[in-house]
Write a protein that binds this ligand. Sequence first.
Ligand code: ARG
Length: 263
Amino acid sequence: MKKISLFIISLLVVALVSACGTAKNESEQNTGAESGEQKVLKMATSADYPPFEYIDTAKGSDIIGFDIDLVNALAEKTGYKVEVQDMDFNSLIPALQAKQIDLVLAGMTPTPERAENVDFTDIYYTANHMIVSLKDNEVKSIEELEGKTIGVQLGSIQEEKAAEISEEVTIKVENRNKISELVQELKAGRIDAAIIEDTVANGYFAKDDQLAGFTLDSSEEAGSAIAFQKESQYTEEFDAALKEMKENGELDKLIVKWFGDQK
Ligand code: ARG
C-alpha cells in the first residue's frame, strides 16, 4: 500500500513539473505572432536626425521618419508592437546594455567597438560623412580645416572621424548632444565646420542656403543597422524581415519616400 501511494505521488510530481515546464516555455515564446496579445518592444532613438527620425513640430509631437516607418514595417512582419522613446544619441547603447530598451534605430552605424556591447542586424542604408560649413566661410578640403574648430555629435562615429582628421591637420573638436545644436553653433560662428552624414546634411541644405558642404571619400561609409541587446532573440527575426523587405522592394520604397532622389 505504502509503495503504491509513493508511486502515485511520484507520478503526480512528474506531471506537475512537466506542466510547469510547458507553461514556462509558452510564455517565453510569446513572440506576438502566435499569441493574441502582441508583445511590445521598447525602441529608443535620438530624434534629432531628419529624415531618419525627428519631430515635425508643425505637425505634432510624434517622432516620425524613415527609421520609424522601417521599424513599424518590420514589427508588423515579426508580430510585435513597437513603442518609441527619445534620448540623446550617446545614451542609446548604455540603455540597451542596461536592458531598459529592446532595440535602437537611430541611423546607427554598426562599428566593431559597438558590436562588442550590442548585436546588430544587417545594414539597411548607407551614407557618407560630409564636412558642413557656412558658404561665407566655406571649407572645401580637409587641409582647409587647419586651425579651425569642428563640431561633432557626442558618441557618434563622426567624433571618431574628427579624431582621425586631427592626425592630419590641427583642429579643435567640440561635441554636442544634438545635430541641431551643431547647426546652431555653426551659424553663430562658435564652430567653423561640422561633420554630418550626407543624407542629414542634404536636408539642412534644402532648408538653409547659408550652408555648404563636401563629401569625404566613399571609403568612409557610415551605414545604418538596428541594434539589439547582446544575444537578443530578436536580432535574427528582424534580420529575416529586413531581408524580405530588401528583396521585395519595400525597403526601396521607404528610401524613395524619405530620401527622395538623393540616392
Ligand atoms: N551614423 C552615425 C553613428 O552611428 C551617426 C548617427 C547619429 N544618429 C542620430 N540619430 N543622431 O555614429
